[in-house]
Design a binder for this molecule. Structure first.
Ligand code: NAD
Length: 381
């Protein structure tokens, strides 16, 4: 069976789906690995290093013709057009927010497997959880960006030239990225507070060194599968208002809040921004074209407000640590690929809960129940 890795085409993307170490592992499972020339360049893996690991370095056309095509993100339109019925494609396809891609993959007759649909609470899915591995990296890097932008120290420093008080950091959203951000900010010496709308995260946040803030105006909002549910308009306004008081007391705010398949909730309003001291820093990990967790954030840019608050629209953080992110992603995607195989061949089984969770199209159809309705309602259809 031929399994290929294609070079990512999304702007700014530096990661690669397999690193040479993962190639060695797949070779021992009797998989022929093809790597598009240059696929690993931006993560510091040369064509030669893949060849030494036992892969064949090939053209893009050959890579796109393999039985299984591995990628980090989504295939671009030209790649979808090149795919043939019966091929398997695995990547972070973000199908909940891209119904057009799901429809195109179904029409192309390919079996599409989306790494971001893995049922994360299944113990056997842990090694395949790319959302967690990449969120961990993003949470770490967000703190480094904040520390670089912040014009003061994170730790308490007592020197002959005076004493610097530690930075007060607030982490909003304590999922995987938020917990890593708390731990990283603590290791840099900051005093860290945290808040999440899921009350069960309190003990986790405390265990990595944060003081957990409990809001009195919003009740628990745990949704399905361990995720948060979207808040009602009333809850949202109450939350924003109560949070504003806490935000004003912090030097650095790192926001990580997400609700699957929806635009990120707005947590830091314009009024909250106005209440912050000049020199404060926000890192908005939810920054997107549709808006983020902080008012006025722009993905990929740092915006300075009139009152001197820097809002970093953090996008592509895992890609900015391409070597580490690719190594982790390669372990995740290899584990999933091997799970989908038996005796050196693909053995797909929609009766298996994990497989049913990740397979979104097959045999020309959209087979994932959570997607069939979304795609049918899409305005492009
Ligand atoms: P996520 O990226 O979907 O969201 C980040 C955080 O934002 C979440 O903690 C969420 O509760 C929070 N949030 C959403 N709306 C909010 C709002 N309005 N105000 C404040 N906070 C808000 O989350 P994630 O990091 O992907 O993790 C989601 C869940 O998956 C967690 O329960 C996590 O523990 C779970 N998970 C479980 C496993 C496992 O069982 N092994 C592995 C990974 C993740």
């Amino acid at each position: 069976m031929k399994v290929s890795v294609v070079k990512e085409t999304a702007p700014g993307e530096r990661r690669v789906a397999l690193v040479p170490e993962a190639v060695v592992k797949l070779r021992t499972a009797d998989v022929d690995v093809l790597v598009e020339s240059g696929a690993g360049d931006r993560a510091w893996h040369t064509d030669d290093s893949y060849a030494e690991a036992g892969a064949s370095v090939v053209s893009r056309r050959e890579a796109l013709a393999a039985d299984v095509v591995l990628m980090v993100g989504k295939p671009d339109a030209a790649a979808v057009a090149a795919l043939q019925p019966g091929q398997l494609v695995i990547g972070l396809l973000a199908p909940l927010t891209d119904p057009e891609l799901v429809a195109a993959l179904a029409e192309a007759g390919v079996t599409a497997v989306s790494m971001d649909m893995i049922p994360r609470t299944l113990p056997r899915a842990q090694p395949m959880d790319a959302l967690s591995s990449q969120a961990n990296i993003a949470g770490y890097k967000a703190v480094l960006l904040a520390a670089t932008e912040y014009g003061r120290f994170f730790p308490l420093l007592i020197t002959a030239a005076g004493t610097a008080r530690p930075a007060r950091v607030l982490v909003l959203g304590t999922g995987v990225a938020g917990l890593q951000a708390i731990g990283t900010a603590r290791r840099l010496g900051a005093v860290v507070s945290a808040y999440d709308v899921r009350p069960e995260t309190k003990t986790e946040a405390e265990s990595v060194g944060a003081t957990f803030i409990e809001l009195t105006s919003v009740g628990p909002a745990s949704g399905e599968g361990g995720y948060a549910r979207a808040l009602s308009e009333e809850e949202r306004m109450a939350q924003q208002e109560e949070l504003a008081g806490h935000i004003a007391r912090h030097d650095v705010v790192i926001t990580t809040a997400q609700v699957p398949g929806r635009r990120p909730p707005l947590l830091v309003t314009e009024d909250a921004l106005k209440s912050m001291a000049a020199g404060s820093v926000i890192v908005d990990m939810g920054a997107s074209a549709l808006g983020g967790n902080a008012a006025g954030s722009v993905p990929g840019e740092t915006v300075i407000t009139e009152n001197g608050v820097a809002i970093i629209g953090a996008s592509g953080l895992p890609s900015s640590m391409a070597a580490a992110a690719s190594a982790m992603y390669a372990r995740n995607i290899s584990a999933l690929l091997l799970y989908l195989m038996k005796d050196g061949q693909l053995a797909l089984d929609l009766d298996d809960e994990l497989q049913a969770g990740v397979i979104i199209t097959s045999g020309g159809e959209i087979v994932h129940p959570a997607l069939a309705a979304t795609v049918a309602e899409s305005p492009a259809r």
